[in-house]
Design a protein around this ligand. Structure first.
Ligand code: ADP
Ligand code: ASP
Ligand code: MG
Length: 440
């Protein structure tokens, strides 16, 4: 059994959804099809819940009306038989009624999570109507019946497996199971999600839970490119990546994959393929335990980084100092991305800034603290970079004009990370494209 995940653009237009139906019926292997919300929907739902939080009911209503009109037009183009149209119309009525009721209840985080879940619920139900109209047998599974996170917002493959396997066994008459990406239940049994872009994570977790033959991530580009195609004009797909390389790229900003989406597949040794719905024949990228290709394979950038420097003469020759520093980050459940130390100072970067004020207040008890915002981590990822001849020379020659403020080298054989001001990101990625890949 395999997993096929289709992202927002892959289901964002009726004709794209029809193409998804063709792709999932192209072979006879049984499969779990994981869908995202139609492109743009989750952003709109975020906007709607922000309006509700700000008590701007009128704007929330207008956004909901616009969205409903969009979905009605979508259904008109997707479906052509009376029973399917009636069923889809009822789906829209139910979910838009929920959104309209949401504008009348007082705001809570739980309400936002419920609102955000509507996108994936809608896309899977409408796709199910289309499959039914096309007489394509399938079972629509509710992700709430098996996808869950614990009190630390972490999913567990074994928990998902223990719920999902019996569901599949119970409906073993089908070759095609359809379910929502992104959404889950939390430890309190409430509707929650796996964070933005989380459908990739759902797919990988499901693939690991059922020990799928492959986890296919179908998107709008032919695989992982060597650089961010939203920023750099000339990029090319990377044919193969190891799990470690792909995990570094996902974590350090390659938007094609959710930051945490590699570990479940890696844990169960399930190959991941990144494929293009717009060009299904394209090779894409194969992610597996080992991968061909030497040296640098790709670069990625992660925005919204804050650098924190703490200087203390107490650090000089003192053991236990770093532990005191780290325990403050641990207390506020904030993970550190990059770290460098000197004899009397330590610099760290974080991207979760919710507790920044409390963290700096506590760090100030240990030394002099300075904070620099608006930073970007640029990561250079590849195979055995540490032993790549001339890499450091070429790398720094290419970006000699960029004010790099931190460098992380040696922590992982697959990654070299640089901290640059956010306004230097484009120039850095462009220069690296030229100097490391010979692309303009
Ligand atoms: P989906 O909706 O299918 O999940 P996403 O928009 O989340 O798709 O991810 C695909 C997009 O990721 C591409 O359209 C591309 O603009 C962007 N992207 C960023 N970095 C990379 C990269 N290194 N390789 C490929 N795509 C990338
Ligand atoms: N729909 C969700 C989002 O836009 C999840 C996903 O697309 O992966 O973030
Ligand atoms: Mg995505």
């Amino acid at each position: 059994m395999k997993v096929m995940k289709f992202g927002g653009t892959s289901v964002g237009k009726p004709e794209r959804m029809m193409e998804v139906a063709r792709l999932i019926t192209a072979d006879r292997e049984s499969k779990i099809v994981v869908l995202s919300a139609l492109s743009g929907t989750t952003n709109k739902l975020v906007e709607i819940s922000t309006c509700i939080a700000q008590r701007d009911k009128a704007r929330a209503k207008t956004e909901i009306e616009l969205m409903e009109a969009h979905y009605q037009a979508f259904v008109r183009d997707l479906l052509h038989t009376e029973p399917a149209i009636a069923k889809a119309t009822e789906v829209l009525r139910e979910h838009f009624e929920f959104l309209n009721i949401a504008t009348k209840i007082s705001y809570s985080e739980a309400l936002t999570k419920d609102i955000l879940a509507q996108g994936e619920l809608l896309s899977t139900k409408l796709f199910s109507c289309y499959l039914e109209e096309q007489k394509i047998g399938h079972h629509l599974l509710s992700a709430f019946d098996f996808m869950s996170i614990d009190e630390n917002d972490e999913p567990h493959i074994s928990v998902i497996r223990s719920k999902l396997v019996p569901i599949l066994a119970d409906k073993s008459d089908s070759q095609i199971y359809l379910t929502q990406g992104y959404i889950c239940l939390n430890a309190r049994g409430e509707v929650d999600n796996l964070k933005r872009g989380g459908s990739d994570y759902s797919a990988s977790l499901i693939a690991a839970a059922i020990q799928a033959s492959v986890c296919e991530i179908w998107t709008d580009i032919d695989g992982m490119h060597n650089n961010d195609p939203r920023i750099v004009k000339t990029t090319r797909p990377v044919e193969q990546l190891s799990f470690d390389e792909a995990a570094e790229l996902a974590y350090f900003g390659a938007k094609i994959l959710h930051p945490a989406s590699i570990w479940p597949a890696q844990q169960e040794h399930i190959p991941v393929k990144l494929l293009n719905t717009l060009a299904p024949q394209a090779k894409g990228t194969l992610i597996a335990k080992s991968a061909s290709g030497q040296g640098v394979k790709a670069v990625a950038a992660k925005d919204g980084i804050v650098a924190i420097n703490i200087k203390s003469s107490r650090m000089l020759l003192a053991y236990g100092f770093l532990r005191s520093v780290f325990s403050i980050f641990e207390k506020y459940r904030t993970s550190i991305d990059m770290i460098t130390t000197s004899e009397v100072a330590v610099s760290m970067t974080i991207d979760q800034t919710g507790s920044l004020n409390q963290i700096t207040a506590e760090l100030e008890k240990l030394g002099t603290v300075s904070v620099i915002t608006n930073q970007t981590i640029v990561s250079i990822v590849g195979h055995n970079l540490i032993q790549s001849p001339n890499l450091l020379r070429d790398l720094f020659a290419g970006i000699a004009h960029i004010p790099v403020s931190m460098v992380s080298y040696g922590g992982s054989p697959h990654n070299i990370s640089l901290l640059v001001p956010a306004d230097q990101k484009h120039e850095t990625l462009q220069s690296l494209n030229r100097h490391l890949f010979g692309l303009d």
